[in-house]
Ligand binder design. Structure first.
Ligand code: ADP
Length: 163
């Protein structure tokens, strides 16, 4: 049976840290489905559709990946609908540990069938977060080495229009 993993996140925007996690997960599973989740309590820079397109373009070279946009509902339910056996998350530091541990424990309570697989962030990307990228890019800082090329272009465009 095909082993599918779900990688849920906000991806506002996708960073090279996310891409590294996806690349590594794609080696462990037959297919990795990246789900752009809309978090209603967070204001996002990119729309779900924009994020989806940016991720698809950035992941063109990783064949066994697919991107979907998803709003509402429990993430474990989405995982079940997709026939996923695992959910992928990344971990950069101890704050991530506390956060991810809570989510994984809550998800485990919802269903026993889906495992959370946590991949430790590569040392090059441990400091990297979507919010930090936005913070720097907003004031004209160069983030080109930290995000895929299309994402870099899209951020520059976004902030140009927001001025
Ligand atoms: P969420 O709002 O669900 O935390 P994010 O897009 O911020 O969505 O992150 C999605 C997942 O990717 C999380 O598990 C997060 O810990 C992980 N992640 C974020 N940045 C990195 C990074 N630089 N390296 C590895 N994993 C990361």
């Amino acid at each position: 049976m095909k082993k599918i993993a779900l990688f849920p996140g906000s991806f506002d925007p996708l960073t090279n840290g996310h891409v590294d996690t996806i690349r590594r997960a794609a080696k462990l599973f037959d297919e990795v489905v990246i789900a752009v989740l809309t978090n209603t309590s967070k204001v996002s820079l990119f729309t779900a559709e924009e994020k989806k397109t940016l991720i698809e373009t950035s992941l063109e070279s990783i064949e066994n990946t697919r991107v979907i946009a998803h709003t509402g509902g429990l993430t474990v339910e989405l995982a079940k609908e997709l026939g996923a056996v695992a959910m992928i998350r990344g971990m950069r530091n101890t704050s991530d540990f506390d956060y991810e541990y809570s989510i994984a424990s809550m998800n485990k309570l919802q269903t026993n069938d889906i495992e959370t697989v946590i991949l430790l962030a590569d040392e090059h990307y441990r400091f990297l977060s979507s919010s930090l990228i936005k913070e720097v890019a907003k004031f004209g800082g160069d983030v080109s080495s930290l995000v895929p090329m299309v994402v870099n272009k899209a951020i520059i465009e976004k902030y140009k229009h927001q001025k």
